[in-house]
Design a protein around this ligand. Sequence first.
Ligand code: SDX
Length: 443
Amino acid sequence: MTQSTTNTPSFPPPQDEGSVTISYKGTTATLPVLSGTNGSSVIDIRNLQKDMGLFTFDPGLGTTASCESKITFIDGDKGVLLYRGYPITQLAEQSTFPEVAYLLLYGNLPTRHEYNEFVTRLEEKSLLHEQIRNFFNGFRRDAHPMAILCGTVAGLSGFYPEGTDTSNETSRDISAIHLIAKLPTLAAWAYKYSRGEPFVYPRADYSYSENFLNMLFARPDTPYKINPIYSRALDRILILHADHEQNASTSTVRLTGSTGAHPFACIAAGIASLWGPAHGGANEAVLKMLHSIGRKENIPDFIAKVKDKNSDVRLMGFGHRVYKNFDPRAKIMKKTCDEVLQELGIENDPLLELAVELEKYALEDEYFVQRKLYPNVDFYSGIIFKAMGIPESMFTALFAVARTVGWVSQWKEAFNDPLRRIYRPRQLYTGPEERDLKSSKQW
Ligand code: SDX
């Protein structure tokens, strides 16, 4: 079954909302202003170079809309996150990860029949070709799981060629299902490989999150009993990490997809981008930071280092390019953290206590208040993962499992964009004028 795009909801195109006039050295141009459903309107600068010979300059693309999208919306000032219009707070409490995946992919919540069909499709594609096991043997046992994911995901294209034809929706949908279904298996096998334990296969009688936990922790010698507290917490954490507008890794996937590269290469590029400590690698970096601080008494010295511009030390898990208020995911993550630890009877988790103290200290410090730096999704996630027995090296891999849904949804959306063209930013060149080689040679 491939999801027909006919029932993907259609929404009004960007509305013309007047224009801005720009004058420079005697030339004047009128640029249209377009508005969407929510958020800032945009100045359409596509004709700026033709009309005025000018580029725009926006390092880090902090104020540049790179595309039109109908999938996710963030109001950074209000701390609001919507997936296809539904608040993340409602989805985290009332939905399941497969249902959210369907919503992000196809734009509507599934009927019960569509949900069951979708879950079955994911389960049927969760197995890996047996030869893919050989990929792992090429890595050292201590290879970072993200290194293994980067390498194996791109290699999937050799086993599932039916998903590499980007020219039609059916093939794109097939590859999307392959990727969402196989990422947990690959990530879990990367963990098993690092421990020298046998790989565990997905099971049809387990949910997406139950399967992931079972593939991570089941062993042939002892039966592994799924803890519903863990599976529910994991499902919610996957929902929180599923998509997030045009973040660095999603932009990487869109840019790679704009060249016509097949989806396995695009998602491998997204995984590589997510790995950075300023992005998806922050959850692992937060734990390392908490371990380095050690105890509450050391917080003032640590914060002093963070505020010292020469120290290059950052408060990991804090700050965000878009949120200038609490990241709504951080609040849900903290609540989930409290629930998991309480239900597990962990009264006083020292790492959590240290994190809470660190958050409190920072939120009372003018440096953070003035810069509107609040906890983001990564600040508490590592503490839950650790409580669930997931090792630090797997935190970002878990993020990648969840974000694969957003990546493939955004990658698919780009194909239906009438403005689709290869990403090719320009630059402000400040290098040398043309010069002659022969007269410049030093020998
Ligand atoms: C994710 O984009 C997304 O949506 C990402 C994400 C997603 O779901 O895809 O939400 C996931 O990546 C969350 C962010 C995880 N990263 C971290 O927690 C790493 C720590 N955070 C920072 O590195 C930083 O806040 C970023 C990278 C998240 C945002 O960087 P920006 O927007 O480029 O902010 P900036 O560097 O311009 O900072 C503005 C000021 C600077 O100080 P001044 O030059 O004004 O004096 O705030 C300071 C920065 O030095 N600052 C921090 C800080 N973050 C910003 N100072 C100390 N600690 C921090 N964490």
